[in-house]
Design a protein. Structure first.
Lengths: 156, 337
């Protein structure tokens, strides 16, 4: 990929990739590392892409895998809070804060599908392709995540 | 129902629309495209780690200075082993890594009239050796194997766990490994039904610090050091009745291993999933409790020193995995050249 094309892609998708990794990272530093590693791999890859949407999905998948490699180390615990993101985020009202915090309390595997489904707007089939899991597993995770969120939001 | 989902979609989308990559991150990512050659050369680290090379160098220098102050009195040879950045020493068990979800295999083999049940699992070997005047370190494993997901790295690819690895030739330049032989051999290749083709399986490996031109760091570059410990356990091993029972009930039960593997979504019964977790913990504890790894360090002046570590299960991690810890069981001894 030449420099101009890389920069166009980086400009276009950096926010999408950052948001995707925020949804499954445990802190901002890891999220930023995952984004940088994903774009670095884009520079290095020999993959033949079929258009921008293919690149977008590839970047999200690679970045989410980067998050998993951080999890693999089993060292860092906790979740991202909106307070940690203050300074780069716009104003959040109370209900948005509550929802964000509850989503972040979900296990990583649930957060990933929630983000890809509700934010990226991917279908269960597309999410299965990105996460390399069965479509039925995506549906199960979505169902359970929604159910947990519903319960927790009711409690508050 | 769908109204609630639409509301969730709107709210969730609204939150993330307000989050943006920082200017600093944006600049680093975009500049990476402008200066790929400077990123690639003179460093072993990738992506973010390349970009943060200066801070990494400073951090390494700080670690070196601290280690020197603590262990390097009068320029003497010394080394410490660390797991996840914590030093191994004394009686303490230190977290090393979590067992990967579905991290292993299981099966039955029939020998004569006896049926044998067996299971294997792998955990990242995230131990580092740091110190002063180190020439090389050789790790030798007993009752297990080291597994490199690949022998030679040719290009970026994805392994079975769908992590992708970048090309990095220096690994093969600086690490030499001895193929596992004898009993170690069956643990992975036979039990998992895989051949060793494409999967390095070793009883020991050596890191040449001269070729590394620095400290071989797993925690800094986990993607470049995908070295796992693989351990196996058989129902014919000398194991307790509880472990045998866990074998039968949870791994070789009617639904089989894969349906109830850690991290699986197919377990409808949460209570049962918790039982499975405890059973796996018991099995992994037995399995990895038998494994020892000895680190033999050779210093630049030819003298040697060694430490031996063992492993055990700690607790369930936040994500549902089981954490394997390491501790030193033998401080070894220093030998003259």
């Amino acid at each position: 990929m030449d420099k101009a094309e890389y920069e166009r892609i980086a400009e276009r998708y950096i926010d999408a990739v950052y948001r995707a990794v925020l949804s499954c990272s445990k802190n901002k530093i890891d999220a930023e590392d995952a984004v940088q590693n994903a774009f670095y791999k884009l520079l290095k890859t020999d993959t033949k892409f079929n258009g921008d949407e293919h690149i977008r999905k590839w970047l999200i998948r690679v970045a989410m895998n980067e998050c998993r490699s951080v999890w693999r180390s089993a060292r860092i615990r906790g979740v991202i809070s909106l307070d940690e993101l203050e300074g780069e985020a716009e104003y959040f009202d109370e209900s948005e804060r509550d929802l964000f915090n509850e989503v972040m309390r979900l296990p990583q595997k649930y957060r990933a599908v929630i983000h890809l489904y509700y934010y990226e707007g991917y279908t269960c089939g597309e999410i299965a392709g990105i996460l390399k899991i069965k479509e039925s597993a995506v549906q199960t995770r979505l169902m359970r995540a929604r159910s947990r969120l519903k319960e927790r939001m009711k409690e508050e | 129902m769908s109204e609630g989902r639409d509301e969730l979609k709107m709210m969730y989308g609204g939150i993330f629309d307000k989050l943006h990559a920082s200017d600093g991150l944006r600049e680093k990512v975009i500049n990476a495209g402008s200066e790929p050659s400077s990123i690639k050369s003179g460093s072993r680290r990738k992506g973010a780690t390349y970009i943060k090379a200066a801070s990494a160098v400073a951090a390494c220098l700080a670690v070196f200075i601290i280690c020197s102050a603590i262990f390097g009195t009068g320029g003497k040879n010394s080394f410490v082993l660390t797991a996840s950045a914590s030093e191994l020493g004394g009686e303490a068990t230190v977290e090393m890594a979590a067992i990967r979800p579905v991290g292993g295999s299981s099966g039955n083999t029939v020998s004569g009239e006896d049926e044998e049940q067996h299971v294997t699992a792998n955990v990242p070997f995230m131990v580092e050796c740091r110190g002063k005047n180190i020439s090389s370190v050789t790790y030798t494993i007993k009752n297990g194997s080291f597994v490199f997901p690949f022998d030679t790295i040719k290009k970026e690819f994805e392994d079975d766990y769908r992590r992708s690895y970048p090309n990095e030739a220096r690994i093969t330049d600086s690490i030499s490994a001895k193929k596992a032989v004898g009993k170690d051999k069956w643990i992975y290749s036979v039990y998992s039904g895989m051949t060793s083709e494409g999967y390095g399986e070793y009883s020991s490996y050596t890191i040449d610090y001269g070729a590394q031109s620095g400290i071989a760091s797993y925690s800094d570059m986990p993607e470049l050091f995908p070295i796992d410990i693989v351990a196996g356990l058989s129902s014919k091993d000398d194991i307790s009745e509880n472990v045998k029972s866990a074998f039968s009930d949870y791994i070789f039960g009617s639904s089989g291993f894969s349906d109830y593997a850690l991290g699986s979504d197919d377990t409808e019964n949460e209570r049962y999933a918790e039982d499975v977790m405890q059973a796996f913990k018991m099995i992994y504890d037995e399995m990895f409790g038998r494994v020892t790894v000895r680190a033999d360090v050779t210093f630049n002046d030819g003298t040697t020193d060694s430490k031996t570590m063992s492993f055990s299960c700690m607790d369930a991690s936040e994500e549902g995995g089981i954490v394997i810890g390491a501790r030193i069981v033998d401080e070894g001894g220093r030998d003259a050249a």
